[in-house]
Design a protein around this ligand. Structure first.
Ligand code: SAH
Length: 404
C-alpha cells in the first residue's frame, strides 16, 4: 500500500520573508530560512511544527515548498522548488533513489551513509545503510511526522528488510522531538552486524550504539592510515569500535592499542579483531583518554602511528575556546608518544572549530611537546557525506595527518 499526504490544494499556508531579507540566497540553493527573516503574525506562530507551507519572498513571489517549525531558530527548511509538490511516498522514493545512485557509483557493498540530509535533498534526514538494515535519523519535525512514508519509500527503493528509527540526534532536542529509538519496519537481525570496510571487519550495534552504530564519515581517513600502517605499532585514541585501528591492522600493522571510555565500544572492537583473526596483536585501554595518554607518557611508550579522533570538543560557538584548549592538550599528550618519523593523525568533528582554528590548536600542542611536524595530508568526510556548498555548517569533520 502506498502512503500519501492528503492531496495538496492552494489552501496551503503562505509564509513571507521580511523586507530587505536575502531571498536570492534561497533561490541559489541555501536551504534554510531563519525565524528572524520571516513576517511573523498570529497565523505563522500557530503553524504546527512539521507542516508544509509556501515560502515567499518579500514581494509574494513563491520560493518553493518549505517545512516549518515555529519553535526552532530554523523556521523553514526548503524541501521543493515546486510550491505545489505533493510530498508523498513517490516524492521520498525519488529523492532516496537519487541518493542511492551516487552510493552505487561509489561503493561495491551496501554499507554507507545513504542519505546525508540537506545535500541529498532531504533536510534533517540521515539514513545509514548496513546491508539489509537501514538506520534512519529523522532530526527535524517534518521528517519525524512522516516517518511511515519515509520508511515505506526507503524500503521500496533499497529492498531493506529492517528499518530502525534512531532518535539520539542532538538536533531533535531543538525541534522538541523525543529520544526513543524503535524498530519501525521488519525484524532486527542479530546484533552486532558485521560491516566490511577497507578490508577490515567492524561490529556495529544498531540499537545501543552511538550515532547510528558506525562512523562511516571517516572511511577515506581510515584508508589513508591503513596505507601508512604496514609494520607499524598503532595507538587508536577515541577508537569507538576500532575505526582507525582495525583498518591499520588490515593494512599490516604490527600491533594495536584501542583507547576509549566506552566499554561496549571496546568490546565490539575486540569481537571484530577476533573475527579478523588478529586478536593476538589487539589490545585495549579502557578509560578517559587524557589520563590514558598521560599514563602511556609516564611509561615512555612509543608508537609509529597515533590517531586521536575525539568527540566534538567545540560543538557550538560558546564552547569554542574551551574546545580549542582541549584539542591542544590532546595534540601535546599524543605528540610525545610518536616515534621519530612517525605519523600523528588529529581529527575534529566540531562545527565551531573551523579548519584553520583546529590546525592552529593542533600545531600549538605539537609545538609544546617539542616536536617538529610537517603536514602530509588534510582531509574531510567521505563522499557519502556530500556537502551543500551554501551550508558551511555541514562541513564538520577535519583530519590532519602530520609526520613528526
Ligand atoms: N575514531 C572512531 C570514532 C570516534 S567517536 C572511528 O573512526 O570510528 C569518539 C569516541 O570517543 C566515542 O567512542 C566515545 O566513547 C569516546 N570518548 C568520548 N569521550 C572520551 C574520553 N574522555 N576518553 C576516552 N574516550 C572518550
Amino acid at each position: 500500500m502506498k502512503i500519501s499526504e492528503s492531496s495538496v490544494d492552494d489552501t496551503r499556508p503562505r509564509v513571507r520573508m521580511r523586507p530587505k531579507t536575502d531571498a536570492r540566497r534561497i533561490r541559489f540553493g541555501y536551504p534554510w530560512c531563519y525565524a528572524n527573516e520571516i513576517v511573523t503574525d498570529r497565523r505563522t506562530k500557530a503553524l504546527t511544527p512539521g507542516s508544509l507551507v509556501i515560502l515567499e519572498d518579500e514581494n509574494r513571489n513563491p520560493l518553493g515548498l518549505a517545512a516549518v517549525n515555529p519553535i526552532s531558530k530554523i523556521f523553514a527548511r526548503l524541501i521543493d522548488l515546486d510550491p505545489a509538490a505533493d510530498v508523498n511516498q513517490e516524492w521520498f522514493a525519488h529523492r532516496i533513489n537519487k541518493a542511492l545512485s551516487l552510493r552505487d557509483q561509489l561503493f561495491n557493498e551496501p554499507y554507507y551513509r545513504l542519505v546525508h540530509a540537506e545535500a541529498d535533498g532531504l533536510p534533517g534526514i540521515v539514513i545509514d545503510r548496513f546491508g539489509d538494515t537501514l538506520v534512519i535519523q529523522p532530526n527535524a519535525a517534518w521528517a519525524d511526522q512522516r516517518i511511515k512514508m519515509l520508511t515505506a519509500a526507503a524500503v521500496e527503493v533499497t529492498g531493506a528488510e529492517c528499518v530502525v528509527k534512531n532518535s539520539s540526534g542532538r538536533a531533535r532536542n531543538l525541534e522538541a522531538l523525543d529520544d526513543v529509538t524503535t524498530i519501525v519496519f521488519g525484524k532486527l537481525p542479530p546484533m552486532p552486524v558485521k560491516v566490511p570496510m577497507n578490508g577490515a571487519i567492524y561490529m556495529a550495534d544498531l540499537m545501543g550504539g552511538q550515532k547510528t552504530g558506525l562512523y562511516y564519515d571517516q572511511r577515506p581517513n581510515h584508508r589513508f592510515v591503513q596505507d601508512l600502517a604496514n609494520g607499524a605499532r598503532v595507538l587508536d585514541v577515541f577508537s569507538h569500535v576500532g575505526g582507525f585501528g582495525l583498518a591499520a591492522l588490515a593494512g599490516g600493522a604490527e600491533s594495536l592499542i584501542c583507547v576509549d571510555s566506552s566499554e561496549p565500544s571496546l568490546e565490539l572492537a575486540a569481537q571484530a579483531a577476533e573475527a579478523m583473526g588478529v586478536k593476538e596483536i589487539f589490545n585495549i585501554r579502557h578509560g578517559d583518554a587524557f589520563s590514558v595518554l598521560s599514563t602511556l607518557n609516564d611509561e615512555r611508550e612509543l608508537f609509529d602511528l597515533v590517531v586521536c579522533d575525539p568527540p566534538a570538543f567545540a560543538p557550538a560557538r560558546q564552547s569554542l575556546d574551551a574546545g580549542l584548549r582541549a584539542y591542544e592538550r590532546i595534540a601535546r599528550l599524543s605528540a610525545t608518544l610518536v616515534a621519530e618519523n612517525g605519523i600523528l593523525v588529529l581529527c575534529s568533528c566540531s562545527h565551531a572549530a573551523d579548519l584553520e582554528k583546529f590546525r592552529g590548536a593542533s600545531l600549538r600542542g605539537i609545538g609544546r611537546a617539542g616536536r617538529k611536524p610537517v603536514l602530509i595530508h588534510t582531509s574531510f568526510a567521505g563522499p557519502d557525506h556530500p556537502l551543500l556548498p551554501q551550508l558551511a555548517e555541514s562541513g564538520y569533520l577535519k583530519a590532519l595527518f602530520f609526520r613528526l
